[in-house]
Design a protein around this ligand. Structure first.
Ligand SMILES: CC(=O)SCCNC(=O)CCNC(=O)[C@H](O)C(C)(C)COP(=O)(O)OP(=O)(O)OC[C@H]1O[C@@H](n2cnc3c(N)ncnc32)[C@H](O)[C@@H]1OP(=O)(O)O
Ligand SMILES: CC(C)C(=O)C(=O)O
Length: 284
């Protein structure tokens, strides 16, 4: 078994977490969550999607201006309008996401792979011309071939991206397939990989741990595991399991992470087993 040496948490409670049906945080709640995450030792915070419009931009400006002890970054499609919206919030690190599977490129977007690459190139160069650092997101990577993912990673590396996200967008992986795919990709990928799991089959945390065991360093998580459909890997579960099972600290205060999980769950009107239900207003 490969020895797990390093783990870095990338929290997306305020981006994928807020994509969960029925969840919309206020600007003050977003600022409180981001502040609590930074205080708990989370160093990467995906704070939102500026392209969503005025209310999101106002909330994101509050978070950027809070100068938290974390790298706070924004989610973008590979298009100039999204990048301009992120720049207007003051972000210096941008995540630019593109589909990588045939299914998403040809069936969902009805575009070509060449189009995706051209969009990505223009978006990355535009953002870099404004001094931004970039990570690239490979949407629906688990339904793409490893070769398609690696080609995107190589292209992104040539453009100067610093990291690539492997998204199991529909939550179709299990820990065994995750492990064999990630061992292969971690070996050949020119960029550090961030693993982004979805919990459709209840395997998001298990898959994230399998990815970390297989050479991946960055784990994408959300507080209480909230997120699109069945959600994502839970921050408090991943951080605690890293510590308890593998003895890796990931720099996160586990008690603080559990508290944030409970508070976020309470804000969303959910109770998360096995933590105690939180009564009253969270973050008050
Ligand atoms: C897999 C994921 O989880 S992706 C996460 C996306 N985020 C969310 O869903 C958050 C909530 N969503 C929103 O607020 C909105 O959908 C937004 C702000 C993201 C987009 O809003 P709109 O621009 O109005 O959406 P709309 O569906 O019209 O955009 C589609 C356009 O984006 C383009 N597009 C979609 N994905 C990408 C991409 N990754 N890169 C470049 N362009 C893209 C499409 O080709 C289409 O272009 P066209 O209008 O020229 O045909
Ligand atoms: C936008 C990306 C990273 C995403 O949430 C997904 O594909 O699951």
């Amino acid at each position: 078994m490969q020895e797990l040496k390093q783990a870095v948490i990338v929290d997306t409670t305020l981006r994928d977490g807020e994509q969960a049906a029925g969840i919309a945080f206020t600007a003050q709640e977003k600022l409180a969550i981001a502040t609590a995450l930074a205080q708990a030792g989370v160093t990467w915070i995906e704070a939102g999607t500026p392209a969503m419009g005025r209310e999101e931009v106002e909330a994101l400006r509050l978070i950027v201006n809070a100068r938290l002890k974390a790298i706070v970054f924004a989610w973008n499609r590979a298009c100039r309008g999204d990048i301009e919206a992120s720049l207007a919030c003051g972000f210096e690190f941008l995540h630019i996401s593109v589909p990588v599977s045939d299914l998403h490129i040809y069936q969902k977007l009805k575009k070509s792979r060449e189009w995706v690459y051209q969009q990505l190139k223009e978006a990355v160069l535009f953002a870099q011309s404004h001094g931004c650092y970039i990570s690239v997101g490979a949407e629906d990577a688990s339904r793409a071939t490893p070769k398609q993912f690696l080609e995107l990673a190589e292209y992104s590396a040539r453009l100067g991206a610093v990291r690539i996200r492997y998204a199991d967008t529909i939550g179709r992986l299990d820990p065994f397939s995750t492990s064999s795919i990630m061992k292969y990709l971690a070996r050949y990928c020119p960029l550090p990989i961030e693993f982004h799991a979805h919990n459709d089959l209840g395997l998001a945390t298990a898959n994230t741990l399998a990815a970390m065991q297989s050479g991946v360093v960055f784990a994408s998580v959300t507080a209480a595991g909230i997120g699109e459909r069945a959600g994502n890997a839970a921050l408090e579960e991943v951080a605690a399991a890293m510590k308890e099972i593998y003895g890796i600290s990931s720099g996160i205060d586990i008690a603080a992470a559990k508290k944030i999980g409970c508070q976020v769950a309470a804000l969303c009107g959910r109770n998360i087993f096995p933590y105690k239900p939180v009564i009253g207003t969270a973050f008050s």
